[in-house]
Design a protein around this ligand. Structure first.
Ligand code: IFM
Length: 439
């Protein structure tokens, strides 16, 4: 089958985040984050793994960017560690931390790679957590100050600034299931945190625009369609509830100035007057992270998903059509700005043998999702770029280093990087896109 064709100015990229790759946790004045605290608490992560060293990207970023350039990619999505640039989350700025992100952005531009920055990918300064973290409404104001400083500093050199990455995860994995930092198990707290995250996003956008920040501004949401196992009323109602909790919970406030209602949804946050006006700022773009669909069944035991294309090493069903269904669905339901697929990828049980990683499963995953993406574009969704998650194998949060998402294999003992077969496949795919456009 021939390749799907994407627009000539499409952003072809890879994504990472600060805590998952940087390491240098106590270097050059970086303050502790909630993930340092959480990961160093016994029993919270697989093997007690933490991000103290991770991929040592803080020191190795030039070589890592050479890899991206070598793959022929023109975009890179990274996140800024708030505690590296403002160790206490308020007050003094850390000149060495700010200088690091200046160097990082310049190193990308020197290689012809367009930087996409994310302000918050889960590493809240611990000092703010000590004052209540995202449960404290004041954290939204601290985040706004941080966003303005970084926006003014980098906004003339980056193609995009995202406020939050996957606020659902911060809220629910961090404050309801307790799987992620800070490890709370309080569902009411989770919805309040989600509200403060949305509020901080809106306030930050307003403040960055008022400060003259030039870069396009947006937010990154993790989304999935919710698919009922049958068309029985109970399954349909369950699917509607899951979609409301996962997708509409963030989309409705951003686009419609309200929280969704659905049968079975009972917990709502405290919302102050004008909060929705603050949240629903115009978006220059929306980032979507897609990994799998949500399968729902009201039967006991639940009817299993068919899993025709297999499952990843995370146990997530491979379901490329879900990306097309999701995008065409939200395109119908909301007035969307341009979209970036800011994450899509799979963990695979990769092994390095004689300098090679034969990850055919990842190639199939990537191919399937790019085909699905092209179907969504053909159906009228305005998609401007695709970022594979992730450039490197890295610290997969509570799963530690066991789960490998990278196009590039990392030997953590030596920090040796090795391109997997999927990296070569992605390079060739993007090269064919360029050739097809005569570039
Ligand atoms: O590694 C994470 C990333 O930090 C956020 N999105 C999902 C990825 C895979 O779990």
């Amino acid at each position: 089958m021939t390749d799907p064709r994407f627009p000539s100015d499409f952003h072809w990229g890879v994504a990472t985040s600060s805590y998952q790759i940087e390491g240098a946790a106590a270097e050059d004045g970086r303050g502790p984050s909630i993930w340092d605290t959480f990961a160093h608490t016994p029993g919270k992560t697989v093997n007690g793994d933490h991000g103290d060293v991770a991929c040592d990207h803080y020191h190795r970023y030039p070589q890592d960017f050479d890899l991206i350039a070598g793959l022929g990619l023109n975009a890179y999505r990274f996140s800024i560690a708030w505690p590296r640039v403002q160790p206490q989350g308020k007050g003094a700025w850390n000149a060495k931390g700010l200088a690091f992100y200046d160097r990082l952005v310049d190193a990308l531009l020197e290689r012809g790679i367009t930087p996409h920055a994310t302000l918050y990918h889960w590493d809240l300064p611990q000092a703010l957590q000590d004052e209540g973290g995202w449960l404290n409404r004041d954290t939204a104001l601290r985040f706004t100050d941080y966003a303005v400083t970084m926006g003014v500093r980098l906004g003339d050199r980056v193609a995009a600034i995202c406020t939050h990455n996957e606020p659902w995860c911060t809220a629910h994995l961090g404050h309801h299931s307790g799987k992620f930092a800070p490890g709370l198990k309080d569902p009411q707290a989770a919805v309040q945190v989600a509200h403060h995250l949305l509020l901080s996003h809106g306030l930050a956008l307003q403040a960055m625009r008022a400060a003259g920040v030039k870069a396009p501004l947006g937010i990154v949401l993790n989304q999935s369609p919710a698919v009922p196992a049958t068309d029985r009323a109970t399954d349909l109602a369950l699917a509607e509830r899951e979609y409301a909790l996962f997708v509409r919970w963030f989309m409705d406030p951003l686009f419609l100035k309200r929280y969704p209602t659905a049968s079975g949804v009972h917990l709502y946050p405290q919302v102050r007057e004008n909060d929705f006006d603050a949240i629903a700022q115009p978006l220059d773009f929306l980032g979507i992270n897609y990994y799998t669909r949500i399968w729902v069944s009201s039967e006991e035991p639940p009817r299993p998903a068919p899993r025709m294309d297999g499952v990843t090493d995370m146990g997530w069903e491979v379901y490329p059509q879900g990306l097309a269904d999701l995008l065409t669905g939200i395109h119908r339901e909301y007035k969307l700005p341009p979209i970036y697929i800011t994450e899509n990828g799979m963990a695979n049980a990769d092994t390095l043998v004689e300098g090679k990683v034969h990850d055919a499963q990842r190639i199939a995953y990537l191919k399937g999702h790019l085909e699905a993406l092209s179907r969504a574009i053909a159906a009228g969704v305005d998609v401007r770029g695709f970022f594979y998650w992730s450039l490197l194998d890295n610290y997969e949060w509570d799963s530690g280093y066991d789960k490998r998402f990278g196009l590039v294999h990392v030997d953590y003992a030596t920090q040796q990087r090795t391109l997997k077969d999927s990296a070569h496949w992605y390079r060739e795919f993007v090269a064919r896109q360029r050739a097809a456009h005569g570039a």
